[in-house]
Design a protein. Structure first.
Length: 487
């Protein structure tokens, strides 16, 4: 009986998907696929760009991919699924060229061939091993199971860096390596056993989450390129709910300041220019040469009554890494307030050419703003413009650069308006931005349909992050903390 069942299943599979399209009817329109990979630019070595054909149910999907510089891969089944090694060989052979996709769909024994679409294989490699990010249910007031994860960009392999099952009730966020190198990283732990974790010299230190001198926790970190310092902000953060359907939640600060931490001495380097009472300072980031500290600044307004008047500019102050001192003046390098907008989350490219930031109508937390878009500021000319090719009509925010400054990762709600997903895109030598692509998955439609987590705080990593989850959980629950002091 068991053998008969196996034979029947095999016969059904053969009947539902023939080996080769026959008597094909060609149509002059692109196939409806998820994700929308038509016209995207990808790096050599990326995981296979598998996709599903959407719309009417079909019995079989047959896809042939041919490279402009040679090579070919083929898929035949329920969705476009390419062999890992064959796909890598094809992208390697066609670096700087194009891939042409021919999609045929069978339904009720009849084959339809759609108009071909292409992908460009960038001449620029990503150069990093993978991504790190947090995955968390998109809730508001409470959080349950969540964690910080890492993903190999050449495969579909995802592993946890730290899952809060090792420290129940803890919320971990803002995992930040030094210029994508995880030999130094930091992340924050919220909850009853709060801490700021700093990894350096092969070990972790857990800092006391709050210091009386800064009146808050150490969040939104950014490493100095030397590794000698790490900039943080301290934020008195609150949230409220909108009563209109198009707006869900507003996260805002009632105070915030910027400072620099020196891990070797456990000292906080404070400066009155970065800790003013009449302004909110937040989102610090060092320049690639380490001699400038960028940050965001808004005039302090009555909260919550005037929350829409909170509009941030991007500012800079000189920093001397030899002695850890700041300059004597703050300059505004991008005035968003003058445009009636708010600019947040500045991220300079590691080659020093650009500064990417998020523009929204107001506030400091654009991840909940549908109008939020990413912009690019040319640091040589001072000209800023929206990254139109990468933006959408829904939230686009929280971004970071690859080590070679030719790729960036960001979060977007463009799929369904509810969940933030990860997208990657490239910037060429002339500043042209490519159409972004959704982070590849083995069976994309099945994976993203079942995933009830949002991605946030993504960054690149040059190699896998190594962290003993059980030991870290023990340290978080122990409340054994290293105190910080003001220089």
């Amino acid at each position: 009986m068991k053998k008969i069942y196996v034979y029947m299943m095999a016969a059904m599979m053969l009947a539902s998907c023939t080996e080769k399209p026959e008597n094909v009817t060609k149509v002059d329109k692109l196939p409806a696929i998820f994700p929308d990979y038509s016209g995207v630019t990808i790096p050599d070595g990326i995981a296979p760009m598998n996709f599903n054909v959407t719309g009417d149910d079909c019995d079989c999907v047959d896809v042939t991919v041919k490279g402009s510089k040679g090579g070919e891969v083929h898929s035949n089944g329920d969705y476009a699924k390419f062999d890992l090694d064959d796909w890598h060989s094809l992208t390697r052979q066609n670096k700087g060229g194009t891939l042409t996709f021919t999609v045929c769909v069978e339904k009720d024994g009849k084959w339809t061939q759609y108009k071909d679409f292409t992908m460009t294989v960038s001449p620029y490699a990503i150069g990093d091993w993978g991504l790190t990010y947090r995955r968390i249910a998109p809730g508001y007031e409470v959080y349950g199971h969540m964690g910080i994860y890492q993903r190999d960009l050449s495969t579909f392999d995802e592993t946890p860096i730290f899952d809060n099952l090792a420290a129940p009730g803890a919320c971990v966020n803002c995992h930040t390596p030094n210029r994508t190198n995880p030999d130094q990283y930091t992340f924050h732990v919220r909850g009853e056993h709060g801490a700021t974790v700093v990894h350096r010299d092969g070990k972790e230190e857990l800092l006391k989450a709050k210091n009386d001198s800064i009146h808050g926790s150490m969040v939104y970190p950014y490493w100095h390129p030397s590794g000698k310092y790490c900039a943080y902000s301290t934020n008195n953060t609150h949230q409220s709910f909108h009563s209109v359907r198009s707006e869900r939640i507003e996260v805002f600060d009632q105070s915030s300041d910027v400072f620099v931490y020196e891990p070797s001495t456990h000292q906080l380097i404070l400066d009155s220019l970065l800790m003013t009472k009449d302004h909110y300072e937040t989102y610090p980031a060092f320049s690639p040469d380490g001699r400038t500290l960028y940050f965001c600044s808004s005039t302090a307004e009555p909260i919550p009554s005037n929350y829409k008047d909170i509009k941030y500019n991007i500012c800079e102050i000189a920093f001397n890494p030899d002695n850890g001192s700041f300059g004597t003046r703050v300059d505004t390098i991008f005035n968003a307030r003058k445009m009636g907008k708010s600019a947040t989350h500045p991220r300079p490219s590691y080659d020093g050419r650009y500064l990417m930031f998020t523009m929204s109508d107001y506030g400091c937390f654009p991840i909940w703003h549908k109008e939020a878009d990413n912009w690019l500021l040319d640091l040589r000319t001072g000209k800023a413009q929206p990254m139109t090719a990468a933006n959408s009509d829904n939230t686009d925010s929280w971004h970071n650069w690859s080590a070679n400054s030719h790729w960036f990762v960001f979060t977007s709600r463009r799929c369904d308006g509810l969940y933030t997903r990860l997208y990657l895109a490239s910037v060429d030598d002339k500043g042209n931005v490519s159409k972004p692509f959704l982070l590849p998955q083995e069976n994309p439609l099945d994976y993203y349909d079942k995933l009830l987590d949002s991605y946030n705080t993504p960054d690149f990593t040059t190699k896998p992050v190594k962290l003993d989850e059980r030991e870290m959980g023990r340290q978080i629950n122990s409340d054994n903390r290293t105190a910080t002091k003001v220089r």
